[in-house]
Design a protein around this ligand. Structure first.
Ligand code: NAD
Length: 328
């Protein structure tokens, strides 16, 4: 039987990934989470009815947690982290502690096992976001081999990006020194049901349900791509199951969509999906620290494992709004 551990398994990616992995035969999926951000909600309770999925309430920054685990895991997806921009400003010391310690203890545990599990580390585009503001230059679309930059150690925003940059290096050099198979992924704007309430799509959706008029659009000319969560977790699973990523040291892959959309058109698309037509729009500047354009180069994942996103933005937004509309 294939045994898979998901740290941070009650969170957004963890829940959808577990649901996706549970479609495999002869698999056991353990979700470890301290429920700090992820919740034991109806969706997760429903998923846990599947006997292939098990939940462990645990703090993954505690080395005793790893000691308590069985030694026969085949794969680990390390998702546990503090994320959410607000928290980078409020508790940068905790962002640094939790994101870094959880990874170090995981790698220390793995290096001492006879059978090394394959590890997937979820980094972030925040690891390279500083390149744009520091040097005003970032190739667009942005490939994996871009400098990782901490623009200002005294700006707490960079606490998170710093943990992702150092995390990538930990994974690369532990994988090399101790022969641990591993893959590093950088998610780019995954969206879908159960993603919390801090992102642009749930926030616009909430204002639509409240019939906001004039409807405020922040940073109308800022563009993003949005990758629907079921496509995203499929990409992670394909990478982990592919012999392409068995090479040592770990390689890095961008995961994201390529159809760019600006915030004004995103709002208009959500109006179409929801049937809401505000009489007036109120266009405001983008939020401080927000980048004008973010676009991942996904050539590497496309050519290595033949993955590319399949869900159209219309379809993804419909499913997302359907889930959120009664939850505000
Ligand atoms: N969602 C995205 O688009 C995106 C983008 C870039 C990077 N990522 C990365 O992907 C990973 C998963 O992201 P997500 O969107 O699912 O976030 P999430 O906040 O929904 O999930 C993270 C989970 O980790 C858990 N956790 C935090 N500290 C813990 C601890 N000490 N012990 C046990 N569990 C703990 C939280 O309770 C939460 O359920 C994170 O590492 C994140 O930085 C996500």
């Amino acid at each position: 039987m294939k045994k898979i551990l998901l740290t941070g398994g009650a969170g957004f990616i963890g829940y959808h990934l577990a649901k996706h992995l549970a479609n495999q035969e002869d698999v056991k999926i353990i979700l470890a989470d301290n429920l700090w951000r992820g919740q034991m909600d109806e969706d997760l309770k429903e998923l846990l009815k599947n006997e292939k999925v098990e939940f462990l309430e645990a703090d993954v920054t505690d080395p005793k947690f790893y000691e308590s685990l069985s030694k026969d895991f085949d794969q680990v997806y390390h998702l546990a982290a503090v994320n959410g921009t607000k928290l980078f400003y409020e508790i940068p010391q905790e962002v640094l502690r939790i994101n870094t310690l959880s990874l170090i203890y995981l790698l220390e545990w793995a290096r001492n096992l006879d059978k090394k599990p394959k590890i997937c580390f979820t980094s972030s585009n925040e690891a390279y976001a500083g390149a744009l503001s520091a040097f005003n230059s970032l190739p667009i679309p942005t490939p994996e081999a871009v400098p990782l930059i901490i623009e200002d150690t005294y700006n707490p925003r960079w606490s998170y990006g710093a943990t992702k940059a150092i995390g990538e290096m930990f994974v690369i050099y532990y994988s090399k020194a101790y022969n641990i198979p591993a893959v590093i992924v950088r998610p780019h704007n995954f969206y879908g049901p159960r993603a919390g309430f801090g992102h642009v799509i749930p926030q616009m959706s909430e204002r639509i349900t409240k019939k906001e008029n004039p409807f405020i659009v922040y940073g109308s000319d800022e563009t993003r791509t949005f990758c629907y969560i079921t496509d995203a977790v499929e990409a992670m699973q394909i990478l982990m199951d592919s012999p392409v990523t068995d090479k040592i040291p770990a390689e890095t892959f961008h995961i994201g969509a390529t159809d760019e959309i600006n915030m004004l058109d995103l709002a208009k698309k959500l109006f179409e999906v929801t049937g809401y037509n505000p009489e007036k729009l109120d266009i405001k500047p983008g939020l401080a620290g927000s980048v004008k354009r973010r676009l991942a180069d996904i050539t590497k994942i496309k050519s290595s494992v033949k993955w590319e996103p399949r869900t159209s933005l219309d379809e993804g937004l419909k499913k997302t709004y359907e889930w959120y509309k009664n939850k505000f």
